[in-house]
Design a binder for this molecule. Structure first.
Ligand SMILES: Nc1nc2c(c(=O)[nH]1)N[C@H]1C(S)=C(S)[C@@H](COP(=O)(O)OP(=O)(O)OC[C@H]3O[C@@H](n4cnc5c(=O)[nH]c(N)nc54)[C@H](O)[C@@H]3O)O[C@H]1N2
Ligand SMILES: Nc1nc2c(c(=O)[nH]1)N[C@H]1C(S)=C(S)[C@@H](COP(=O)(O)OP(=O)(O)OC[C@H]3O[C@@H](n4cnc5c(=O)[nH]c(N)nc54)[C@H](O)[C@@H]3O)O[C@H]1N2
Ligand SMILES: [Mo]
Length: 650
């Protein structure tokens, strides 16, 4: 028996592999079907573009092309776009290759589209990224406040744990705040159907009520926090009578949440993209963290728990796969951090300014300033917003695609590099509750595919980096990374047995925070509205059996069934008004583009639509042709949950 870390969501379930391809464990459906997709549609050799077709080349040729390109371009003309699905070792090596070897901070990851608002809000409020609690807290949780997340679909094993808790402890209460009556909402005790984009107002109104009713925890506020007055002043702008109108909820709903926050019960709030992926995303998260601080709901009393989407998005953040990050939650803009890494790597000249995000990099490509884009383990031709613009950039730039499968981004590539995937290489990943686990190698990779870390190691050596990249195994890389964490919040330097949770059960058990003052910091959670010039607000999200752009899950017929035909959920009253019946085909149009979908009726707030985002090109124009690249000013995370659209029956 060998164990794999499930390659899908951030829960970090362990897959037990017996006799080749028999998979077992406490798992949802997706991972059980991995064997069906292992050898279908794989990239089996490097390819180089010749006009409109690809020519198979060997690795020597691929490395020579890359070496020439990377030498001829200036470091600022090169950009690396990584993924929260890579192993920690792969991320570490690419980050070192870019920031330490080529000397460019032009590195970003798909976590930009995912958790960056939460990471920024955590840093502002607690002084460091990383969720303060862990799964064990679920077993003592009494109130689960789920807002902007659909864990029944997106994090099934975690949600099952919450439902089990409710079975065992009768006073457990689950509330879900979501414009759509999702599977999570249906299984909750209360569903609050909120208008998209307005969570900051809702949560500010809760703070308003807590204060007015004298239910804030002054002892906690005075002892352990700063900035309450300013946060309160902002919240006082939103009495429930005002907020209920903006959010489309009842005052009773706001009261209920205030009561839950001020009761003695342990309250765990869980959120994901409904808060993060918004023009107002960081403020949405801040307004929620403010409630935890105002009521002292931390550690044994409760906790804010951001749900992390991808299997190693947490690991990527530890290693610093952002335009400012360095290993061990370090920052290129801090001299001490740069100095440490320069000494550690025995190099000079890490650039002191952060690089652009992937969204800015797309603009820089179109301006001719970035000339080579290297995409590793993500599928931007589907998943980035405003695809007309993105695909124009993908055509213009010299595009390197390093992936396990033929995907829609590979169609734009100039050079394609075949990578090993889960089970074909070993490596570490960190779950959303900071637990690091090891994933074994159990299966044969296609003949020419290589582990991601090895591709960069071999190329670096050809470019004179033998001393910096001496790695013979991924374990050696992990050991090097672990030394960079010494004395940091994610310290794993003294440990050698896994799984291992860094930071312990509670990150701030002693209520001393990583902020300059040592106290947690309130911020005024300002609300600003999204654009409003359409008939409907289009929300994009997920379905239970598919994973993003479907390169693996799309190859299993049974997993594909529930996602087909490509659908959009509509409120029946809205539909009837437009003469649209269930299963009619409609065209959805925004100012950026259009797509077509079959209508399914659902309980969704009037004026809203919901569609899954991951359908590849073979199902028609991906929905990200419609979404805009407008982003949150703090986290630079795009507003993928709010697109103004028109709908016409075809
Ligand atoms: N099956 C499956 N599981 C996955 C994934 C997958 O592709 N497939 N992807 C993984 C990844 S990377 C991620 S990041 C997570 C995402 O996990 P989730 O965030 O749970 O997934 P989404 O469906 O994108 O969005 C969640 C909910 O937010 C609601 N929402 C939209 N706008 C608002 C708003 O303004 N306010 C509120 N309160 N709610 C709003 C939507 O209606 C939707 O039900 O899932 C992970 N798990
Ligand atoms: N409209 C809309 N857009 C969204 C979202 C949304 O909710 N709405 N969500 C956003 C979010 S949260 C996320 S996380 C992104 C996800 O978007 P992507 O990251 O683009 O989606 P995936 O399909 O997970 O892409 C992963 C790629 O890695 C490949 N791969 C798998 N394993 C390996 C490996 O070991 N090595 C290499 N090199 N490749 C491998 C897969 O074949 C696949 O092509 O989408 C974002 N885009
Ligand atoms: Mo994500």
């Amino acid at each position: 028996m060998s164990e794999l870390v499930c390659p899908y969501c951030g829960v970090g379930c362990s897959i037990k592999v017996y006799e080749g391809f028999k998979l077992k464990g406490r798992l949802c459906k997706k991972p059980l079907k991995i064997p069906e997709a292992l050898y279908k549609g794989r990239l089996e050799t490097p390819f180089y573009r010749k006009g409109n077709s690809f020519k198979a080349v060997d690795w020597e040729t691929a490395y020579t092309i890359l070496k020439e390109k990377l030498t001829e371009l200036s470091p600022e003309e090169i950009f690396f776009y990584l993924s929260g699905q890579l192993t920690t070792e792969a991320i570490y090596v690419v980050n070192k290759f870019a920031k330490g070897f080529l000397k460019t901070n032009n590195v970003d990851s798909n976590s930009r589209l995912c958790v960056s608002s939460s990471a920024v809000a955590y840093k502002m409020v607690f002084g460091s990224d990383g969720p303060p609690c862990c799964y064990d807290d679920i077993e003592s949780g009494e109130v689960f406040f789920i807002i902007g997340a659909n864990p029944a679909v997106s994090f099934p094993m975690l949600f099952r744990r919450i439902l089990n808790r409710r079975l065992k402890a009768k006073n457990t209460f689950i509330v879900t705040v979501d414009p759509l009556e999702t599977e999570t909402a249906r299984k909750s005790d209360v569903h609050i159907p909120i208008k998209a984009g307005t969570d900051t107002v809702f949560l500010n109104a809760v703070l308003y009520l807590l204060y007015k009713k004298g239910r804030v925890n002054w002892e906690f506020i005075n002892k352990h926090t700063i900035g309450f007055e300013k946060a309160l002043a902002e919240a006082l702008k939103f009495p429930p009578s005002v907020a209920s109108k903006i959010c489309g909820v009842t005052q009773k709903d706001i009261n209920l949440v205030a009561d839950l926050f001020s009761s003695k019960r342990k309250l765990i709030s869980l959120w994901c993209l409904g808060l993060n992926q918004s023009f107002n995303g960081t403020m949405k998260v801040i307004s929620l963290l403010n409630l935890h601080l105002a009521t002292g709901k931390l550690n044994e009393k409760g906790c804010p728990f951001s749900l992390t989407g991808q299997s190693n998005s947490m690991g990527g953040r530890e290693v610093g796969y952002t335009p400012f990050g360095l290993p061990g939650f370090r920052n290129v803009e801090i001299e001490e951090d740069r100095k440490f890494m320069e000494e550690f790597w025995d190099i000079e000249g890490i650039k002191p300014c952060k690089g652009p995000t992937i969204l800015s990099a797309i603009d820089l490509i179109l301006e001719g300033k970035i000339k080579l884009l290297w995409v590793i383990c993500t599928n931007p031709a589907i998943s980035l917003p405003n695809l007309n613009k993105v695909r124009k950039a993908l055509r213009e730039v010299f595009l390197v695609v390093q992936d396990a499968y033929w995907n829609d981004t590979a169609k734009f590539a100039d050079l394609i590099l075949p990578a090993c995937q889960v089970g074909e290489r070993e490596g570490f990943k960190t779950s959303m509750d900071r637990k690091i686990s090891f994933s074994h190698k159990v299966w044969k990779a296609p003949p020419c595919a290589k582990p991601d870390w090895l591709i960069f190691t071999e190329l670096a050596r050809k470019m004179g980096g033998e001393k910096l990249f001496p790695y013979k195994s991924s374990l050696q890389i992990f050991e090097e990374f672990s030394l960079t964490t010494q004395g940091r919040i994610c310290d794993i330097s003294r440990f050698n047995s896994f799984p291992l949770q860094w930071g312990g059960r509670w990150l701030y058990e002693d209520l001393i925070f990583k902020t300059p003052s040592g106290k947690a910091e309130f911020y005024p959670a300002e609300f600003y509205t999204s654009e409003a010039d359409g008939e409907f607000i289009l929300i994009t999200g997920r379905v239970a059996d598919q994973w993003h752009s479907m390169t693996r899950t799309g190859k299993s017929k049974s997993l594909l069934k529930s996602a087909l035909p490509p659908f959009v959920i509509m409120n029946p009253e809205d539909a009837l008004q437009k003469g649209i019946e269930e299963w009619d085909r409609v065209r959805i149009t925004s100012k950026n583009g259009w797509t077509e979908r079959f209508v399914r009726y659902g309980k969704i707030v009037k004026g809203h639509l919901f569609t899954p985002f991951g359908y590849p090109d073979e199902f028609g124009p991906p929905v990200n042709f419609l979404t805009s690249d407008r982003y949150d000013p703090f986290s630079e995370e795009p507003d993928l949950k709010y697109t103004c659209v028109r709908v016409e029956k075809i």
